[in-house]
Design a binder for this molecule. Structure first.
Ligand code: FAD
Ligand code: NDP
Length: 313
């Protein structure tokens, strides 16, 4: 017998979808992943400490918030399997979902597999990760350890400029490290960085090591020009903004993706290029990338799945 709804992924998007689909009596089956894409079940928030911008919680630890979402999904009728989906066959309905030796049929699939922020794995990074090093300024920038310090942002794209601008609210100074002699960011964003007196842009520069005892205290940087000159910037924070990798490789090209690999959705909806397959959360969003926006699109996916199932028995 086919499952009505299979949800792949277990971040805020997957759980919001599971809560709505469960309450709609669709008995959703969620594959929460077994360290899929290097992230624990529960998604990216399991890798952070305090979340202070999820409505309803003044402050809550990321893992605790995700545990509560999981509990709520099950309370609403979702079944959860701690396994990773290897691949899917979307060529006809019911779709096929391949998990190890098992093949599950699904009338609807909601993909909520998230994205992974790229990191540089510099010497010292593992030890100081989340102790002054982050890949999300909007999430972590307001934390006390970053106040009135020099903060370093790596990257020259729109995200890097957005993060650098955001951090100037808290930092005494923000230094952007750009590996080439130009920013990749759009013109309007470039102007925003260049016109902000608190932002200094170091072109042709990359970080090569992070230093600090218990928390980050400095970043060793190196010039990308032939002289390869090294120096150390005293800094209280290092923020990566060098892009994200959406977790879509298991789709093997069966859905339309953009040039980076994000699932393309019809604007204002969670419809993908295949009828009956919906996408929610960071896997289809390279702009907002927040827990609340992911949960919002997870809700949309479940409502759209419900409508789809009522029209296609
Ligand atoms: P994710 O949270 O990425 O979860 C996707 C899940 O799907 C993962 O568990 C993954 O393992 C699983 N998965 C992937 N592939 C498969 C597969 N093939 N089969 C089964 N499972 C699979 N946002 C905020 O709003 N506030 C914050 O304070 C905040 N802090 C953050 C701190 C950090 C360090 C990071 C990295 C992000 C932070 N964010 C924050 C962003 C937020 O975590 C994301 O926007 C949100 O988690 C995206 O949710 P999602 O449901 O799309 O996917
Ligand atoms: P991008 O891929 O656009 O930019 C990544 C940046 O990081 C580039 O400057 C790149 O350098 C640099 N980089 C990559 N790897 C390394 C590395 N190993 N070491 C040093 N630097 C590195 O990613 P974004 O996340 O900025 O943007 C993704 C998409 O989202 C874009 O389409 C962007 O326009 C969009 N976006 C739009 C926003 C807005 O409009 N407000 C906000 C945020 C994102 P190089 O240029 O040399 O490759």
């Amino acid at each position: 017998m086919s499952e009505k709804v299979v949800i792949i992924g277990s971040g805020p998007a997957g759980h919001a979808a599971a809560i709505y689909a469960g309450r709609a009596k669709l008995e959703p089956l969620m594959y929460e992943g077994m360290f899929a894409a290097g992230v624990a079940a529960g998604g990216q928030l399991t890798t952070t400490t305090e979340v202070e911008n999820y409505p309803g919680h003044l402050s809550i630890s990321g893992p605790e918030l995700m545990e509560k979402m999981r509990e709520q999904s099950m309370h609403c009728g979702a079944r959860i399997k701690t396994e990773t989906v290897d691949r899917v066959d979307l060529s006809r309905r019911p779709f096929k979902v391949f998990v190890g030796e098992d093949v599950i049929e699904a009338n609807v699939i909601i993909i909520a597999t998230g994205a992974t922020a790229k990191r540089m794995n510099l010497p010292g990074e593992e030890r100081l990760w989340q102790k002054g090093i982050s890949a999300c300024a909007v999430c972590d920038g307001g934390l006390p350890i970053f106040r009135n310090k020099t903060l370093v942002v790596v990257g020259g794209g729109d995200s890097a400029v957005e993060e650098a601008n955001y951090l100037t609210k808290y930092a005494s100074k923000v230094i952007m490290l750009v590996r080439r002699d130009v920013l990749r960011a759009s013109k309007v964003m470039q102007d925003r960085a260049k016109n902000n007196p608190k932002i200094e842009i170091l072109f042709n520069t990359v970080p090569v090591e992070v230093v600090g005892e218990k928390v980050l205290s400095g970043v060793v940087v190196q010039s990308t020009t032939p002289d390869a000159k090294r120096s150390t910037i005293e800094a209280g924070g290092l923020f990566y903004a060098i892009g994200h990798l959406p977790n879509t490789s298991f789709l093997q090209g069966q859905l339309e993706l953009d040039d980076v690999g994000y699932i393309k959705t019809k604007p204002g909806t969670t419809y993908t290029s295949v009828e009956g397959v919906f996408a929610a959360g960071d896997v289809q969003d390279k702009v907002y990338r927040q827990a609340i926006t992911s949960a919002g699109t997870g809700c949309m996916a479940a409502l759209e799945a419900e409508r789809f199932l009522s029209e296609h028995h």
